[in-house]
Design a protein around this ligand. Structure first.
Ligand code: GPP
Ligand code: MG
Ligand code: MG
Ligand code: MG
Length: 342
């Protein structure tokens, strides 16, 4: 494991212990145990790409200069705030999507002793973020900007989630209303802002940058986030559950997934009718029929082509950026997700 990752993981224990001893609440043994278990179950078990990207990006922005202990701690703490945000979103998203597994274990709300307590746990996870920021960043000149950034991005994500959910009502009425522009709008808001823009924006704020001056970086990151969510849609159907750690539910849930949009584009009338009959049904036979059609339409090849074209487009976009340091940040990010299998 790289040294920075080890340091990053150590910071989790520090933040957790601070939250478990937060003087604003009189913890009992039971409540402290609950929160500790809830955090360990939901926060650190993912790929940690978003969190680690804050330190990586900060380091690249400092053009490779050795980071001080304080800088490592602070960039890690910001990284963990994003992992906390992700945990909060996922705990609630899994309820909304009726998912079964996440990161190779049952979704938190599926545990018999948890159930709908998970809703409140989501609220708690969300509340931990401003507590971490207050403790470690209150004296920083960029504190207000950080709070504002997290608020903006959370609002955008919840709005994206809202359209992800209400679009299924439109699809139920008429599946053929699903289109690439609608898909793009959903994924940009529900995924790209918090997964791609947020980590780099945190690193930029820590480096003393003004975010208003970096709208072109934001545009590139949103484009990358869109590509990332297309991969997520693809893996929902074609990924190996033991590798991605979750069992797909997009077909059952009537989601406006990139795959169904492409399938509609490529289908003849008969195949469209077949999709209308089988998409969005919570039974394994219908799901299998939809997957069969995806195979007939060779969606795996269509995706492979999309993936390499997106990569080339993103590289061109990145290389047009005037700063070498920013280019390095963006390329490192893209390298982490290109052709990902999980
Ligand atoms: C990913 O969608 C989007 C989120 C996790 C944002 C959720 C936002 C909330 C405000 C709760 P997804 O459902 O495709 O992700 P996954 O495939 O991981 O379930
Ligand atoms: Mg989901
Ligand atoms: Mg979802
Ligand atoms: Mg998904």
């Amino acid at each position: 494991m790289s040294d920075l990752k080890t340091r990053f993981l150590e910071v989790y224990s520090v933040l957790k212990s601070e939250l478990l001893n937060d003087p604003a609440f009189e913890f009992t043994d039971d409540s402290r145990q609950w929160v500790e278990r809830m955090l360990d179950y939901n926060v650190p078990g993912g790929k940690l790409n978003r969190g680690l990207s804050v330190i990586d990006s900060y380091k690249l922005l400092k053009e490779g200069k050795e980071l001080s202990d304080d800088e490592i701690f602070l960039s890690s703490a910001l990284g963990w705030c994003i992992e906390w945000l992700q945990a909060y979103f996922l705990v609630l998203d899994d309820i909304m999507d009726s998912s079964h597994t996440r990161r190779g274990q049952p979704c938190w709300f599926r545990l018999p002793k948890v159930g709908m307590i998970a809703v409140n746990d989501g609220i708690l996870l969300r509340n931990h973020i401003p507590r971490i920021l207050k403790k470690h960043f209150r004296q920083k000149p960029y504190y207000v900007d950080l709070l504002d950034l997290f608020n903006e991005v959370e609002f955008q994500t919840a709005s994206g989630q809202m359209i992800d959910l209400i679009t299924t009502l439109v699809g139920e009425k008429d599946l053929s209303k699903y289109s690439l522009p609608i898909h793009r709008r959903i994924v940009q808001y529900k995924t790209a802002y918090y997964s791609f823009y947020l980590p780099v924006a945190c690193a930029l704020l820590m480096s003393g940058e003004d975010l208003e001056k970096h709208t072109n970086v934001k545009d590139i990151l949103i484009e990358m986030g869109t590509y990332f969510q297309v991969q997520d849609d693809y893996l929902d159907c074609f990924g190996a559950p033991e590798v991605i750690g979750k069992i797909g539910t997009d077909i059952e849930d009537f989601k406006c997934s990139w795959l169904v949009v492409k399938a509609l584009e490529l289908s003849n009338e008969e195949q469209k009718k077949f999709l209308h009959e089988n998409y969005g049904k919570d039974d394994p036979a219908s799901v299998a029929k939809v997957k069969e059609l995806y195979n007939t339409l060779k969606l795996q090849d269509v995706f492979a082509e999309y993936e390499s074209k997106s990569y080339d487009k993103l590289i061109k976009f990145i290389e047009a950026h005037p700063s070498q340091a920013v280019q390095a940040v963006l390329k490192s990010f893209l390298g982490k997700i290109y052709k990902r299998e999980k």
